[in-house]
Design a protein around this ligand. Sequence first.
Ligand code: ADP
Ligand code: MG
Length: 147
Amino acid sequence: MIIETNSPEETFALGEKLGTEARPGQIYTLNGDLGVGKTVLTQGFAKGLGITEAVNSPTFTIVQEYDGGRLPFYHFDVYRICDIDEMEEIGYDDYFFGQGVCLIEWANLISELIPEGAISIRIEKDLERGFDFRRITLERTGSSHVC
Ligand code: ADP
Ligand code: MG
């Protein structure tokens, strides 16, 4: 599915809708260049889960946990990971295979760890369509699951 947005508010609203629909154990991967709107979408997603706490990129911690919403929310930003072992060190599988919801910014850097059935979100600019235009592609990964 492809959604086009023309403002940060629209991207936030898409994130909020996804957060409202998120199920326990679901993993979302979020990819796109710096400044494309990953954090905007994530902030909407957290609101959709009922989280009122401010959500920012957990750049120095890999994962930030929010327990104030409908489900536990694990927000990963793996941009600064140098070695995949760092994921083992934080015990990533407890998050990925738990009952909360994971959203992983820059997930393509750890693609070998992403389970089948994760929902992939990709945000792209297209400057020919304007500075605030974003194309957001949603896909369920793996062939054994139907969206
Ligand atoms: P990232 O986390 O991908 O690095 P951010 O979410 O921090 O990016 O920043 C996105 C920037 O782009 C914000 O300044 C936001 O206001 C701006 N922006 C402009 N148009 C859009 C849009 N359609 N969707 C999301 N953000 C947008
Ligand atoms: Mg960000």
